[in-house]
Design a protein around this ligand. Structure first.
Ligand SMILES: [Zn+2]
Ligand SMILES: [Zn+2]
Length: 315
């Protein structure tokens, strides 16, 4: 299968992401990412990805921080820019957004999500009761915390996020480990409870490769959590969380291997139903307001690369 795969111009680099989509990408509008949306799309095409979702950070409603997200006034232009690229590359790019889940602002966030025609929404927890635990500028504020409590609170909020019905995908499922803090013992009960909540909510979990580029140096989520998700019948998909065009589709070979190791043989692609966009009744998740949404659809995982193909492709 791999040997017969179409030859794609990958810019001289064998592309492990061939055939997979990347649904988690940022761009210069996000304040802390570089590169235009067009540059991300072109990178995704060069690497042979099967599709790309733009998922800029939804403007934060509780604070204005130009480092963390675009301003509310830019949201309209972002949507227009993605729509224009969709017209140029039909079927390749989706209009997504990464939205924070925090209970105190969620009504406002839901309102914003309903005001725009997003194809899908990534739900992410970056705040624990107001604490921006993953913000590099706040790393010192971990000092003296009870790590087990932090993990339990984080898993709890992610479970709540899944249950809102507002999100198509859950972003970086175990982001709480980003700086390498570990609870004194494995929290299998909390992890299992989270997997069960996600399964009941029928939300897809992204395998996010950005963790490999952070101090923890692991995928989000790790293989243990992936196994729990598999046991519960949760579908997974892929995201690089690229903050520069060269990271689009990055480390998807590692993500694919981890997903296979955890026992998956399929992943969720986000697609419109064949009849077009009018099917408001059977959206399993992320069905907010009147907006038509792309539907998570199970597709077989591509074959892992054979050594032959890698050798053939490297000059
Ligand atoms: Zn995030
Ligand atoms: Zn992100």
């Amino acid at each position: 299968m791999t040997r017969g795969a179409p030859r794609i111009d990958t810019g001289g680099v064998w592309a492990p992401g061939v055939g997979l989509p990347d649904y988690h990408t940022h761009n210069s509008r996000c304040g802390h990412a570089s590169g235009t949306l067009r540059e991300y799309v072109e990178a995704a095409l060069r690497r042979g990805l099967s599709g790309m979702g733009a998922s800029a950070h939804l403007p934060l409603v509780h604070t204005r921080d130009p480092i963390l997200s675009m301003a509310l006034s830019e949201l309209h232009d972002y949507v227009g820019e993605v729509r224009a690229l969709q017209a140029e590359y039909p079927g390749f790019i989706l209009l997504g957004i990464e939205a924070d889940y925090r209970p105190d602002t969620f009504d406002d966030v839901r309102g914003l999500l309903e005001s725009y025609p997003f194809d899908y929404v990534i739900g992410s927890v970056h705040y624990l009761d107001g604490w921006p635990f993953d913000d590099p500028r706040q790393r010192h504020t971990w000092d003296g915390r009870e790590i087990e409590d932090v993990y339990r609170r984080y898993f709890d909020l992610v479970g709540e996020a899944a249950e809102t019905g507002a999100f198509t995908l859950i972003g970086h499922l175990d982001l709480v480990k980003k700086w390498g803090h570990r609870p004194p013992r494995p929290l299998e009960d909390a992890a299992r409870a989270l997997a069960e909540r996600i399964a009941r909510a029928e939300v897809v979990v992204e395998v996010n490769t950005a963790g490999l580029r952070k101090p923890v140096a692991e995928l989000y989520p790790d293989v243990t959590l992936l196994r729990l998700l598999r046991e519960q019948g949760v579908a997974v998909t892929f995201g690089s969380d690229a903050h520069s065009p060269q990271d689009v589709g990055r480390d998807f070979d590692a993500a694919l291997a981890a997903v296979r190791e955890a026992g998956f043989d399929s992943y969720a692609a986000l697609e419109y139903p064949p009849t077009g966009i009018e099917s408001p009744d059977h959206h399993p998740a992320g069905n907010v307001g009147r907006t038509p949404r792309a539907i998570p659809t199970l597709r077989p995982l591509p074959d892992p690369p054979s050594e032959m193909t890698e050798a053939e492709a490297s000059p």
